[in-house]
Design a binder for this molecule. Structure first.
Ligand code: HEM
Length: 497
């Protein structure tokens, strides 16, 4: 991919350079942009941001301040790296900065149907948001989903009981469980089978490829004038993956439409999300895109967070014991799936600390200035891309004491929460584009982690030493564990003692 990028640049460098020079002499320079490193001709600061941009931007913030500007080709990028700058973006200027900058790879014919990537808060975005909130994420909807959630979790636990003593990749099992939970909430149907690696693998690699294409350096993003040429083939590749993912839902939508045509009566309490979308006149294409985006936004984020939480608990055995003690004290195994897990203070502090130390979306999904505005007394021009570097804020020693250590205690007796109002802790973002799936994500994190902690002893393969667990991160739209966590589960028989 990097080779592709360099060769494309070589062929287009000369005419672009001339364009660039002409531009410099013809357009007035905006003097009030946030400070930042001097851009190179043509490429700007692209070379600096090619690898681990969240770390590079955090470093640059130390030198230039908490709001910096960078040039990526002809595009202006503004990056915020402090709670104050985040607050101005997500609260004070939320309306002006509520657009999204759609990666060129996703400039497809159905661009007007996007939800997560919606260019601005248009009518379609509003109806997606309203319907998702009402049908999927309100407390009463989360309660109504609990039987389904528990059923899928029970399948995971059965599978672990059967595979006791064998090495399993935790992300694969959690992935299948979450896909089936979501596909049942949306369509009343399982998409995957825990025993069938192949379909799970196909779906997972499609989702991951789409996530990867959003962050792959793309010459068309840096020089939008080249967009139509799709020099790196990313538009085509993304379209193939989006179409493949849509094929999982397409047949179900057609079947359901046929059922409606035959006037089959379905009681209101039996209706699922698909029924609600059809009642609201969503077209098949709109449904396919929305569902694909929900899978993209809602599965990998939770899987990755569970994996990081488990890795941290393994590494910090004293914390693991404290959590297990709290769970045993407060819960009864038979009621684990119906208990109100939000009352467990230490357990929930561990979830928060995981999201702080390993913010799964390290840079909020890029925003776009729909209108020019002022942030921290600097001008953000229209169409500038705006990043909020959650990773930088979460690891800033002036914001968090001992920021690189996993210390759930920091959240005990603290009112800091991830609901989008405490700008030092915004793993789910804030403002009108904040993650609507937060309640569902928290519920999944709580039920899965509690069941795995209470039900099983976890050991590393080959008697690996948990203290030496490799915690290297891999940058992407989600911040993954570079080396997937492999574990051996053994059922705990005596946890009630
Ligand atoms: C640990 C789990 C999760 C994390 C950390 C997370 C984080 C985020 C973040 C940071 C954003 C961008 C917010 C912003 O721009 O301010 C976002 C957007 C979004 N998330 Fe989540 N998310 C999680 C789980 C979920 C789940 C389970 C769903 C749904 C099933 C979901 C659906 C969405 C959607 C639809 C958007 C786009 C909202 C919009 O643009 O209006 N997320 N998420």
């Amino acid at each position: 991919m990097e080779y592709n990028l360099l060769s494309s640049l070589f062929f287009f460098a000369t005419p672009l350079f001339l364009l660039f020079v002409a531009r410099i002499y013809s357009t007035p320079v905006n003097k009030n942009l946030p400070p930042g490193p001097r851009p190179w001709p043509i490429i700007g600061n692209m070379h600096q941001m090619a690898k681990n941009p969240h770390l590079v931007a955090a470093k640059l913030a130390k030198k230039y301040g908490s709001l910096i500007s960078l040039r990526l080709g002809t595009r202006l990028l503004v990056v915020a790296s402090s709670p104050e700058a985040a607050k101005e973006i997500l609260k004070t200027q939320d309306r002006h900065l509520s657009g999204r900058s759609i990666p060129d790879a996703f400039q497809q014919s159905f661009i007007d149907y996007y939800f997560v990537w919606a260019r601005d808060c248009n009518e379609h975005w509003k109806s997606c948001r309203t319907l998702c909130r009402a049908e999927l994420f309100l407390a009463k909807s989360i309660d109504a989903q609990s039987n389904l959630r528990n059923e899928k979790l029970a399948h995971l636990l059965d599978f672990l009981n059967k595979t006791q003593g064998k090495v399993v990749k935790i992300e694969e099992l959690v992935f299948t469980t979450l896909i089936n939970t979501l596909s049942n909430i949306l369509f009343s149907k399982d998409f995957l089978d825990l025993e069938d690696d192949e379909t799970a693998h196909r779906l997972k690699s499609g989702l991951l490829k789409i996530l990867e294409n959003t962050v792959t350096p793309n010459v068309s993003d840096f020089f939008p004038i080249l967009g139509g040429l799709d020099l790196q083939g990313l538009r085509k590749d993304s379209l193939n993956h989006l179409e493949e993912l849509a094929s999982f839902s397409d047949a179900i939508v057609k079947e359901r439409r046929a059922r409606i045509t035959k006037n089959v009566v379905v009681e209101d309490h039996e209706k699922d999300f698909l029924d609600r979308l059809l009642e609201n006149n969503f077209t098949t294409a709109q449904i396919n895109i929305l569902v694909t985006e929900l899978f993209i936004a809602g599965v990998d984020t939770v899987v990755t967070t569970i994996e990081w939480a488990m890795a941290e608990l393994l590494k910090n055995q004293n914390i693991m014991h404290k959590v297990a003690d709290e769970l045993k004290r407060e819960l009864n195994f038979n009621t684990i799936m119906t208990s109100d897990l939000s009352k467990l203070t230490y357990f929930n502090a561990c979830i928060k600390e995981t999201l702080r130390l390993h913010p799964v979306v390290p840079v909020l999904i890029p925003r776009r200035a729909v209108e020019p505005c002022e942030v921290m007394n600097y001008t953000i021009p229209q169409n500038a891309q705006v990043w909020v570097n959650v990773w930088a804020i979460s690891h800033d020693p002036t914001v968090w004491e001992d920021p690189n250590t996993f210390k759930p205690e920091r959240f005990l007796g603290s009112k800091i929460d991830f609901a989008g109002h405490d700008y030092e802790f915004i793993p789910f973002g804030g403002g009108r584009r904040m993650c609507p799936g937060l309640p569902s994500a928290v519920k999944s994190l709580q039920t899965m982690l509690a069941s795995l902690i209470l039900g099983y002893d976890w050991t590393l393969p080959n008697d690996g030493d948990p203290a030496k667990l490799d915690m290297t991160e891999k940058f992407g739209i989600t911040l993954q564990k570079a080396k997937p966590l492999e574990l051996i589960f053994n059922r705990r028989e005596k946890w009630l003692n």
